[in-house]
Ligand binder design. Sequence first.
Ligand code: ATP
Length: 202
Amino acid sequence: SKFVVGLTGGIGSGKTTVANLFAEEGVDLVDADIVAREVVAKGSKGLEAIIANFGPEVLTEAGELDRAQLRQRVFSDEQQRQWLNQLLHPMIRQEMLSQVENATSDYVIMVVPLLFENGLDRLVNRTLVVDISPELQISRTVKRDNVDATQVNNIINSQCSRSDKLARADDIIDNQGEISTLKQEVQALHQRYLQLSGNHDA
Ligand code: ATP
């Protein structure tokens, strides 16, 4: 089986940026956000099941999943929310594992925003946390998404805390500095993971 590094970090910490730097080193990525969209894509079994349960009201004109509509439907209905999670979580997990097995690089980076919150750290051999201060999380996210600081702060408070993440991390990558520094940190970790994946195969 493949050696898998689970990459996580809070909103705006730099997960995508770090993942892309690993990809530049030739490492295959499996991205939980992309997989979560794939399992409910037009024509998928996941979307069929959602339509059967919620009705065609949760579709857009184009026949795609209307995420905002679905979110509203499960927002005040705990039972439906549970039904949806019980449908999607196993599908997402299975698809992520299948993408890992189809990867051809020496090891795989699995990008999972809520790695610890959703217990997906159980699927990986090692965890890597991208770390920045809440102040930087807010300023970088506000700049990127043009949202207000309060919104970002609410999301930060809904996620596993910085200290919790750091306590659970096998490796930590500091993203408070320049991208050039980050690139060096990634290159060092890449060498380490190549070593670890070699030992893992043996
Ligand atoms: P989310 O969880 O919200 O999807 P993320 O963890 O994937 O976010 P990124 O999108 O990689 O985070 O980074 C957040 C923003 O900060 C982006 O606009 C990115 O370009 C910028 N950024 C990342 N690292 C740095 C850095 N070292 N210096 C300056 N800006 C950075």
